[in-house]
Structures are given as C-alpha cells and as structure tokens.
Ligand binder design. Structure first.
Ligand code: NYM
Ligand code: MG
Length: 227
C-alpha cells in the first residue's frame, strides 16, 4: 500500500505563514519588508501581505474609517476588518499550498486587540475570525506607547493615541495567553532594538520555521480550540 495519500501530497513543501503583530509604529512593516527582501534574494518563493488590505472594496471603506473621513459603528467596522481577511483566505491558502511563504503584516490579533481596547467584548470579537488560517509563527513587535509616541508619523490615523495603544498592547498579551502557547507560536521581540539586530533574529527563526513547515499540514483552525 502506498504511504503517500492525497493529504500528504497536499502538505508536502507548503509555504510558511509568518505573521507580524504589534501596536502602531512598532516597526512591523519595516521588518516584514526586510524579511521579504531577504527571502526573495535567497531564492525562496515568498509574498508580502498586509491587513487591512486597503485595495479591495471593503478595504477602501476601512481606509476611509481609519483616515477619519467616515464614521462607522464599532461592531460594524470590526466585522469589516474580519471580512477583509476572509475575502483573502482562498488566495492565501492556494499560495501556501503551492509552496509560497507568506509574510503577513497584521491579522486577526490586531482585529481583536483594537476593538476590545475600544470596549467591545473579547469573545464577541474573536468569533468572526474563528476558522481563519492559523499562522505558523507570530512575531510580536513589542513597544511601549511612550516609545511609539516618539516615532515619526504617530497620531496621523485613528487609534494612534497613547491611552488606546496601552490598552491594545495589554490585549495582545491576553491573546497570547488565550492561545495557550504550547508550541511557542509567539515570539516576543523587544522592538526598541536596532533594525538590523531584530532582522537577524527574525531571519534565523524564519529559516528554521520554513524548513519545519514543509512537513506540516496547513491549519484553518484559528481560535477553534478557544472560542
Ligand atoms: N486594525 C488593523 C484594526 O483595528 N483591526 C484590524 O483587524 C486590523 C488588521 O488598523 N491602527 C487597525 C490597526 C492600525 C490600523 O493598520 C491600520 P496599519 O498596519 O497601521 O496600516
Ligand atoms: Mg499604523
């Protein structure tokens, strides 16, 4: 009997789902881009994604909201952020299964952290994202709100206020606990280090992860065990 069934063919050599999370101005986009360039230049099949994806129809509404051009109910905007992820799931899944590594700048953890910081219920906020693809690693770029405030551009968009960012940071930590992080999914990085030092650490972990993911099934079970 052949030991290779359809599932093993599907999971063989899949790409890794590498997620960057954190508060505003923590350096996520800088590190995500540097990792993307590194992997691309070293022969990996890799794509860089960012949420919210402001290019889609839903993303344009989100963009208007973040730019303070549009007012929306807190629950309505929460659901739109989630829908903006769901509309990308099929493409993300196909890319991962075809062997492309995805570097993703923000995801459902941001979705819940910002909405709960505004006062919405944690369980209610997690539910719409339940069953999304699960990341293989979460690089959490950790920065205090005081340090973020000193970085360029802080305060331009909705949510970029010190008091809200402090709450958001605490909720990220709550979500880490909620993940019952037995597989060391989360890597907490002190975002107040030099860009190059952080990059080196991120590259090391990512290369190991990409190797490991070749043998692992892809999971669409985000928060299924916890909510
Ligand atoms: N944000 C992002 C949310 O409130 N919910 C979400 O689901 C996501 C993905 O959008 N302040 C917030 C966090 C940010 C803002 O993201 C825009 P960025 O990465 O700063 O462009
Ligand atoms: Mg921002």
């Amino acid at each position: 009997m052949s030991l290779i069934n359809r599932d093993t063919i599907n999971i063989n050599n899949r790409g890794a789902f590498i997620l960057f999370e954190g508060c505003d101005k923590a350096g996520k986009s800088t590190q995500a881009k540097k990792l993307f360039e590194y992997l691309k230049n070293n022969g990996h099949s890799v794509e860089l994604w960012k949420f919210p994806d402001r290019k889609t129809t839903i993303g344009q509404i989100i963009n208007g909201y973040l730019a303070n051009d549009k007012e929306l109910d807190d629950k309505a905007i929460h659901l739109l952020f989630s829908a903006n992820r769901w509309e990308c799931m099929k493409d993300m899944k196909n890319l991962l299964l075809s062997g492309t590594t995805l570097i993703v700048d923000r995801y459902a953890y941001s979705g819940v952290s910002y909405s709960v910081a505004k006062g919405l219920d944690l369980d209610w906020c997690c539910l719409p994202d339940r069953g999304l693809l699960s990341p293989d690693i979460v690089f959490f770029m950790d920065l205090t709100a005081e340090a973020a405030e000193k970085r360029g551009g802080f305060g331009e968009e909705r949510y970029e206020k010190k008091s809200l960012q402090e709450k958001v940071r605490k909720i990220f930590y709550m979500l880490k606990e909620k993940d019952n992080d037995s597989d060391s999914l989360w890597k907490i990085l002190n975002a107040n280090q030099s860009v190059e030092m952080l990059h080196k650490r991120i590259v090391e972990s990512s290369l190991k992860l990409i190797e490991k993911c070749h043998q692992l099934p892809l999971k669409d079970d985000l928060w299924k065990a916890t909510c």
